[in-house]
Design a protein around this ligand. Structure first.
Ligand SMILES: Cc1cc2nc3c(=O)[nH]c(=O)nc-3n(C[C@H](O)[C@H](O)[C@H](O)COP(=O)(O)O)c2cc1C
Length: 202
């Protein structure tokens, strides 16, 4: 796909450009936050995480702190090596994937190269989903046959991270496309699935 085709159909005062690392979205106020480097010594051992992994739908409403958000996004789509490759494997090292964090203070795109987030939509849109503290959206081109596998790797990593630190999480297909018309997605892209993450509701 050439750049012109790629940009065709982009709506909502948005622009997207393709880079070697994948798409870069532009919308909202573009405010950026650097995220704390993930603490790779944190959490329970892997076997204990596997034993503890489960869906928990009793999700709290409060926002997660920056280190937790950074660790979650890194677990999903972070870069874990000097050669720029990611925590998850992807077919042919494809990088046409995006993770959005729906928070009380807007919708933020994860920027793996900078390990930062950029606001692409203003306002609290968590009520469009299950209103839990954080809703992650996993997006990719609709015609990428590998995309469901890639997003599955992302949500599984996040679920295991949640198990490692005692957070509640649930993968959800319900309302997964609720923001697609507003998000600055390139033509043909879609949100495949969502994942709600929060402190367990008391
Ligand atoms: C692709 C996928 C879609 C799911 N969609 C929903 C959903 O829309 N709503 C929901 O409450 N749970 C959803 N779940 C969670 C499953 O219901 C849950 O994983 C399953 O019941 C097994 O429970 P466990 O995760 O605790 O092992 C989904 C899970 C997956 C993997």
């Amino acid at each position: 796909m050439n750049r012109r085709d790629f940009l065709q159909g982009v709506t909502f005062a948005a622009a997207a450009t393709m880079t070697a690392a994948g798409p870069v979205f532009a919308a909202g106020d573009g405010q950026r936050h650097a995220l704390p480097k993930p603490d790779v010594t944190q959490g329970r051992p892997l076997m204990a995480c596997l034993a503890a992994r489960r869906s928990n739908r009793a999700l709290g409403r409060e926002d997660l702190d920056w280190p937790t958000l950074g660790a979650l996004l890194w677990a999903a789509w972070g870069i874990n090596r000097d050669n720029g490759r990611h925590v998850i494997p992807t077919a042919m090292d494809r990088r046409q994937l995006a993770v959005f964090a729906v928070r009380g203070d807007g919708v933020w795109e994860y920027l793996p190269k900078e390990h930062a987030i950029k606001r692409v939509l203003d306002g609290d849109r968590r009520g469009r989903f299950d209103a839990s503290g954080l809703v992650l959206l996993y997006a990719a081109p609709g015609n990428d046959r590998f995309a469901p596998m890639h997003v599955g790797s992302m949500y599984q990593n996040v679920g295991l991270y949640c198990a490692s630190v005692g957070l509640a999480s649930c993968v959800k297909y319900q309302q997964h496309e609720a923001l697609d018309a507003e998000l600055p997605l390139p033509a043909g892209w879609m949100t495949y699935i969502t994942q709600s993450v929060a402190h367990p509701a008391r």
